[in-house]
Write a protein that binds this ligand. Structure first.
Ligand SMILES: [Zn+2]
Length: 211
């Protein structure tokens, strides 16, 4: 199963829409920005069979030597993904998550011993900001974080992450790489070309019609 398979899988689950060009409508995001694509990873997370396929593909792409002791994601989306990845690794591999307390990301309810290898995973990476905070939270808790992050859908355009104050870079390994752009509403080239901006969830049929 290759990247194209998973792109089609995501589309068929209703988790991905890409603008087909021309004056067809485009996406109005929750942030108010306009975009030529829309990703909704909840469609994978809510489906154990599909999530399992994605997580097995991620583990194959990661090619780690041996199993990590712990797989970590950030609440909420990546909790399920970390759990599923740990389940596929099997054995004694555990799944944990970091969570927001106020404006801080912390590792709150899990014990990880010094020297245990921690793999960070994400459902989707947009800017990489959440993953950086997750790694920092784990490091602040004394964890030994592997210098690689596993991401189901990478739309950051990056192949590695910089952690402020650290010399080491973290390699990003993904199942799907997507090139999706977004713009401020008043600078949207698709509006300029006569295309209409629509909220994806409410207008899913219109966005996906062949007309
Ligand atoms: Zn627009």
């Amino acid at each position: 199963m290759n990247e194209d398979f998973f792109v089609e899988q995501l589309k068929s689950l209703g988790g991905l829409w890409i603008h087909g060009g021309g004056a067809a409508p485009h996406a109005l995001l929750t942030s108010g920005r306009h975009s030529n694509g829309y990703v909704n990873m909840t469609k994978v997370i809510e489906n154990p069979m599909a999530a399992g396929d994605f997580c097995r593909a991620l583990i194959n792409a990661l090619t780690l030597k041996g199993k990590p002791d712990v797989v970590a994601g950030s609440a909420m989306g990546a909790i399920t993904i970390a759990y599923q990845v740990a389940a596929v690794y099997g054995g004694r591999t555990r799944a944990v998550y970091t969570e927001k307390v106020g404006s801080e990301m912390v590792l709150k309810r899990f014990d990880i011993a010094a020297g245990e290898k921690v793999l960070v995973v994400e459902d989707t990476m947009t800017t990489g900001g959440t993953t950086v905070k997750t790694i920092q939270a784990l490091k602040a808790a004394g964890c030994d974080v592997l210098p690689v992050c596993g991401v189901l859908v990478n739309r950051s355009g990056k192949s590695e992450l910089d952690i402020p104050g650290e010399a080491e870079k973290y390699k990003i390994v993904e199942v799907i790489k997507l090139d999706i752009e977004s713009w401020d509403a008043d600078k949207c080239p698709l509006c300029s070309a006569g295309s209409k901006a629509l909220r994806p969830k409410e207008n899913w049929k219109i966005l996906n019609s062949e007309l």
